[in-house]
Design a protein. Structure first.
Length: 123
């Protein structure tokens, strides 16, 4: 029937689920372009301080959206935040897989125990 969801049928191929790994790859690709063509390249060329500042701005905007905006607005701000986090990671030469490995390591214990172990390591 026209108007029905026909995703995954012969009429419209199923859309591939987009992942953070896909975004990381896109950032890497765009980092090879000129700054005139690529916002990602322009941010990276501006240096880690600019990248980190943009990340902080997006974190604040995401926090504000969480408590005072629509769900749609929160989703948009969260997407901006994740993009800018990947820019910062790229600027510092950190792979998403490294962050995922750290998250995996942390899941081996409860959140409270993991947080306490970080305090002990710092002190």
């Amino acid at each position: 029937m026209v108007g029905d969801d026909i995703k995954g049928t012969c009429y419209l191929p199923a859309m591939k689920k987009f992942s953070l790994a896909d975004l990381e790859q896109r950032v890497a690709e765009r980092a090879k372009a000129s700054a005139d063509e690529s916002y990602s390249r322009a941010l990276l060329d501006a240096g880690i301080e600019k990248c980190a500042k943009k990340l902080g701005e997006e974190a604040l905007e995401t926090s504000l959206a969480a408590v005072g905006q629509s769900k749609k607005h929160l989703i948009a701000e969260a997407a901006d935040l994740l993009y800018h986090l990947l820019i910062v990671l790229k600027a510092r030469g950190v792979k998403l897989a490294d962050v995922e490995a750290e998250l995996g390591r942390r899941t081996a214990q409860s959140g409270h125990a993991e947080k306490a172990s970080r305090r002990r390591r710092k002190g």
